[in-house]
Design a binder for this molecule. Structure first.
Ligand code: NAD
Ligand code: UD1
Length: 317
């Protein structure tokens, strides 16, 4: 099969690409390397890499016209909620305009496409006070990131209903695993935490900035489970024109994550507490019924996933 993965050098993208090529598929990647790294991607002649932006209409058009894709995963984005609050205009261009360009090109030039999957986010639910967030729950996007993700998913689903482009959207909850870049202050919290623990273990002085009281909760899902979920959605005909939560249905607080990592590393990480970030969500956990109806269920507990992640750092050395 032939795949296009935008953002394929990033965290989720590179894990996806590496699995796809291992399974014998061919993958084209577009990534501007703003967060992703080429070294995340396994070296193989099955990968074609284009360093460029998904805002570059000429680049997108030349690739979509030249190739016949079976599946497209649109993952490139400004992936941080906090970053989108700093850079709303740029976020909008990357996170929304690119979706429209790509879909429009697929409508014209990819008649054989089996599925276009758009990576939306649980951030679309905002701070709605419900124990579980289900796909039929009203949304309340609180940041430019969340607004653009919601607009993106509606556009994606409309392209199926209006023009027959085969699409699905996924609302990732908090994904963690290997290849997540910890270097930005806006990086995913698990990558920041493991980076700090590694440094501390290697004798460096460091600390973690905790925004709020650490009682904020998230639905943390290990990246291997995310790849299985994406596959279940991509191959199902039931999921055409539909949006799916990709989460575990299990709630974990930031304090619990810190405690588990302290146990794994057998070190206490110094913590400096600051006020809650603007636009931050207090509680987030997925209702997983819709996704499990496709036969998927997450297999990693947070404990197992964090242990596997830490082992992966040692295996790489
Ligand atoms: P990431 O930052 O590691 O990956 C995004 C990739 O897109 C990076 O490689 C980056 O270099 C690339 N990129 C950014 N702007 C680009 C541009 N203008 N043109 C081309 N490439 C560009 O993030 P991730 O965690 O792998 O997220 C992948 C997708 O999943 C994103 O759309 C993100 O919004 C979404 N998502 C992620 C999570 C999570 O917990 N990681 C949760 C919900 C949604
Ligand atoms: C994350 C994703 C976002 C996704 C959303 C879905 C990243 C960078 N962001 O956002 O793409 O749409 O999940 O739920 O992957 N925190 C600290 N200290 C830090 C960093 C973070 O206390 O140094 C706190 C944050 O304030 C927040 C929690 O940890 O309360 C999680 O933060 P983060 O990993 O950035 O995730 P989300 O904001 O949930």
């Amino acid at each position: 099969m032939n795949y296009l993965v935008t953002g394929g050098a990033g965290f989720i993208g590179s894990n996806l690409v590496n699995r796809l090529v291992t399974e014998g598929n061919h993958v084209t990647i577009i990534d501007d390397l703003s967060m992703g790294k080429k070294c995340n991607i396994r070296e193989t002649d099955k990968v074609k890499f284009f360093e460029g932006s998904v805002m570059d209409k000429n680049l997108l058009s030349s690739i979509i016209k030249a190739e016949t894709f079976d599946y497209i995963f649109h993952l490139a984005a400004v992936a941080s909620v906090a970053d989108s609050i700093e850079r709303p205009l740029e976020t909008h261009k990357v996170n929304y305009d690119s979706v429209l360009y790509l879909l429009n090109l697929c409508k014209k030039y990819q008649p054989g496409l089996k599925r276009f999957i758009f990576s939306s986010s649980s951030a679309v639910y905002g701070d709605i006070d419900l124990p579980f967030k289900s796909e039929s729950t009203p949304v309340k996007p609180l940041s430019q990131y969340a607004v653009d993700k919601y607009a993106g998913e509606r556009t994606v689903l409309n392209f199926y209903n209006l023009y027959g482009v085969p699409t699905s959207a996924v609302r990732f909850f908090n994904v963690y695993g290997p290849n997540q870049n910890p270097s930005s202050p806006y990086s995913g919290v698990v990558s920041i935490l493991t980076d700090k623990f590694q440094k501390l273990r290697d004798g460096e002085k460091t600390y973690f900035t905790l925004f709020g009281d650490g009682k904020q909760t998230r639905d943390f899902i290990f990246v291997d489970d995310v790849l299985n979920a994406l596959n279940s959605i991509a191959i199902s005909s039931k999921s055409l024109g539909e949006v799916y939560n990709v989460g575990t249905g299990t709630v974990t607080s930031l304090n619990q994550i810190i405690k588990i990592l302290s146990g794994i590393y057998s070190i206490e990480l110094p913590i400096v507490q600051k006020s809650v970030r603007k636009g931050d969500i207090r509680q987030s956990v997925a209702s997983k019924e819709k996704l499990t109806s496709l036969g998927f269920d997450a297999t990693y507990t947070v404990n197992e996933g964090l242990n596997k992640l830490v082992r992966s750092f040692h295996e790489r050395k």
